[in-house]
Ligand binder design. Structure first.
Ligand SMILES: Cc1cc2nc3c(=O)[nH]c(=O)nc-3n(C[C@H](O)[C@H](O)[C@H](O)COP(=O)(O)OP(=O)(O)OC[C@H]3O[C@@H](n4cnc5c(N)ncnc54)[C@H](O)[C@@H]3O)c2cc1C
Length: 397
């Protein structure tokens, strides 16, 4: 039986980084990947451009994660500077501190990473299905230390699989969809492709400002995707046992800069002074053109109506809908979920080493852990930093 000092399971960003770090101190590292190539999910990140990280200073960055205390040590052990200096590439920083390779190609990131893998054996088409108590993998090879970096459950075509959670007996938290588009009760085909810019979308007490995009089946875009984490976390379900049942409302504030009173005062003034203007033209002051017809239909107001003919009830309806345009949500568009909420319970993992507190010499890295962040490079940041720390700790132990 082949024997290695360190076996890394999973060749995504976390596993690749763990293998790179481990090989600095150990010459006996094997990376086991079930696909015929590494980093299949990495290739589709950022719409194929790879939003590799977020350039906020570490302290501010950490505030965006619910498990910031756990992540702190790994983020300081492997910073954005450490990450970006691995590549012989130029990077650009876009809105909201999102960092991308200047080439716009995630394949450049994957190539840059794989070029750094030295002194590591790689076994492709190797799906780990069993690990014994003395670290024999698939009855084929044995390792002194194992790093599990098998990812979450989303986009299974990239290699993720819910059954990986049972590779060890480690306790898990509830497994849920994260960063996922929402399916609405109403068919939105007629406004599919329309974007609402800088609106505020809310669910219960959670509010997210940003862009909302309509798809044929519902709502997507950065603001919706980020809000979806709060929604998913707030619903009781666990994908290890059942799918979520969803029936809830989200509301969009289409004019977040104006209060209801501001809007009513403006309407009162303008509906007199511009009495002959048709409402569909007047609404251009507040809404993107391609959304006006749908909006007025929902308000049950004929777009051709002149402002002077709009009665008080309709005026109230306009104000109410501009401030609280409601959509009934009936599901998650789970095939497009970007991350997994939940995973290996971090209570049982040492944040300074990523080693299990329950099974010595077993380490975890990346999305397999109960760690996730919003969109904007926050999730790859977890994979790279925890991967690096796990690899280094395993090789130094
Ligand atoms: C469409 C999409 C776009 C995204 N865009 C971004 C973005 O721009 N920025 C960002 O920060 N995050 C983004 N993410 C999230 C990010 O891709 C993940 O958080 C990240 O890939 C997690 O890395 P990982 O190494 O932990 O897991 P993965 O990337 O999922 O890698 C896990 C690897 O393990 C292998 N594997 C699984 N099971 C086994 C097994 N039993 N045996 C052997 N190998 C196994 C898999 O084949 C896979 O190669 C996106 C996600 C999606 C789905």
């Amino acid at each position: 039986m082949e024997e290695y000092e360190i076996a890394v399971i999973g060749g995504g960003p976390a596993g690749i980084m763990a293998a790179i770090a481990a090989s600095q101190n150990s010459s006996s590292v094997i990376l086991l990947e079930k696909n015929f190539s590494l980093g299949r999910k990495l290739l589709i990140t950022g719409g194929g451009r790879c939003n590799i990280t977020n350039s906020k200073p570490i302290n501010t960055l950490l505030n965006s994660y619910s498990h910031k205390n756990f992540l702190k040590h790994s983020f300081y052990s492997f910073t954005n500077e450490d990450l970006l200096s691995l590549f012989d590439l130029e990077f650009i920083t876009e809105e909201d501190n999102r960092v991308f390779p200047k080439s716009g190609k995630s394949s450049d990131i994957l190539k840059g990473l794989t070029d750094k893998i030295e002194d590591v054996s790689i076994s492709y088409n190797f799906e780990v299905t069993s690990i014994t108590n003395d670290f024999v993998i698939n009855d084929k090879l044995k390792a002194d230390k194992i790093i599990i970096a098998t990812g979450g459950i989303t986009y299974p075509q990239t290699g993720c699989d819910i059954k990986n959670y049972s590779l060890t007996s480690h306790p898990l938290t509830e497994i849920k969809y994260g960063l996922v588009p929402l399916i609405t009760k109403n068919d939105l085909s007629e406004i599919a492709g329309v974007t609402l810019y800088d609106v505020v979308i809310s669910y219960k007490k959670s509010r997210v400002k940003g862009n909302v995009l309509f798809s044929h089946v519902g709502l997507t875009g950065p603001a919706v995707i980020n809000l979806s984490n709060e929604i998913s976390e707030g619903i009781s379900y666990n994908l290890l046992e059942n799918e979520p049942e969803i029936n809830l409302e989200v509301a969009i504030d289409l004019c977040p800069e104006l209060t209801r009173e501001n809007l009513m005062a403006k309407f009162n003034k303008d509906f007199q002074s511009k009495g002959k203007t048709m409402i569909k033209n007047y609404m251009k002051l507040f809404l993107t053109n391609s959304f006006i017809e749908y909006f007025l239909n929902e308000c049950k107001i004929d777009g051709e109506t002149q402002l002077s003919r709009i009665n008080k009830k309709s005026k109230n309806r306009l104000v109410e809908n501009l401030k609280r345009f409601v959509f009934e949500i009936t599901g998650f568009n789970d095939k497009l979920a970007k991350v997994t909420i939940g995973g290996v319970d971090i209570k049982n993992v040492n944040p300074k080493t990523m080693e299990s507190k329950l099974i010595p010499n077993l380490y975890f890295a990346g999305e397999v852990l109960d760690l996730h962040g919003p969109t904007g490079g926050y999730n790859l940041k977890i994979a790279f930093s925890t991967g690096y720390l796990a690899g280094l700790s395993a090789s130094e132990k």
